[in-house]
Design a protein around this ligand. Structure first.
Ligand SMILES: [Zn+2]
Length: 227
C-alpha cells in the first residue's frame, strides 16, 4: 500500500514547502521577514526541514516540542519565540506527532541508517501505549517528566485507543488532537498580552519512511492569526 492509502492526502516535505511559500505570497508577507518554530518530537528522524532555514530569517527553528511533539515550552516559550519576530514580520509554527511507515508497509516502524532492524517511530507513543496496555497508573517521575505527560495524554483516551484496529495509529491521532488543542490554548493565552503579531499555524502528522526515502506530512490544520 502506498503512503497515501494509509495516510490520505499526505504530501512530501517539498510540497509542504511549496504550500508555505504560496500561503505567504497570498498574504503578501516576505518569508525573510518571518521566523519559524516547531512542536514536533525530539527524535532526530524529524530533522526534515533543513531547506526551511534558507526561507526564513535565521537561524531557526525555535523548538517548542519535546518527546511526542507536545508543546512543552508552553506560554513562556511562545512569548519568547514571538518576541524574536522581525520588525513588521510574521511567525510560523509547524506542529504534530510522527509515525513510521516502513517500505514493507508496517505502521509505526521505519528503518534508520545503518540499523539492520526496523525501529519504532514514535518511540515515546509506542512506550506510552505499552504502559496503557499494561494498565499502568499515571506517574509523575521528575526524571521522566515529558513521558509521564505523554502517558497521561493517552490514558485519558484509553478505551478508544485500545478498541482501535491499529492502536498505535489511533494513539498518534489522539496525540495530534491533544497537541493541536494545547497549541491553540497557548496561542489564546498569549494573544491577550501581545499585539502586532501575524502567526501562521500548520498542524499535522509527520510520516517517517525508511531513511533513504522521502518523508511526508499529512496536513490537518492551517490557520492564519493576526492579533
Ligand atoms: Zn517520537
Amino acid at each position: 500500500m502506498s503512503v497515501n492509502t494509509v495516510f490520505p492526502n499526505a504530501i512530501s516535505i517539498k510540497e509542504l514547502k511549496t504550500d508555505i511559500i504560496r500561503a505567504y505570497a497570498d498574504k503578501n508577507i516576505d518569508l525573510s521577514d518571518s521566523i519559524w518554530a516547531t512542536s514536533i518530537c525530539s527524535d532526530e528522524v524529524n530533522n526534515l526541514f533543513p531547506e526551511f532555514s534558507h526561507l526564513f530569517a535565521g537561524p531557526g527553528p525555535f523548538t517548542m516540542g519535546g518527546i511526542s511533539g507536545l508543546p512543552f515550552t508552553g506560554i513562556t516559550g511562545l512569548k519568547a519565540f514571538l518576541s524574536h519576530m522581525p520588525d513588521n514580520g510574521a511567525a510560523m509554527i509547524i506542529y504534530g506527532p510522527h509515525i513510521g511507515y516502513s517500505s514493507d508497509e508496517e505502521v509505526g516502524f521505519m528503518n534508520r541508517q545503518n540499523q539492520s532492524a526496523k525501529s519504532a517511530s514514535c518511540g515515546s507513543l509506542h512506550a506510552a501505549l505499552g504502559a496503557l496496555k499494561a494498565d499502568a497508573t499515571p506517574d509523575e517521575n521528575s526524571l521522566d517528566y515529558q513521558q509521564s505527560q505523554v502517558f497521561n495524554m493517552l490514558n485519558s483516551h484509553k478505551e478508544d485507543i485500545l478498541a482501535a484496529d491499529d492502536q498505535l495509529k489511533k494513539a498518534t491521532e489522539v496525540a495530534y488532537e491533544s497537541i493541536n488543542t494545547t497549541m491553540h490554548q497557548i496561542v489564546d493565552a498569549v494573544r491577550k498580552d501581545l499585539s502586532g503579531i501575524r502567526l501562521y499555524l500548520i498542524g499535522g502528522i509527520i510520516i517517517n519512511t525508511d531513511w533513504q526515502d522521502d518523508d511526508y506530512f499529512q496536513v490537518h490544520h492551517q490557520e492564519f492569526y493576526e492579533f
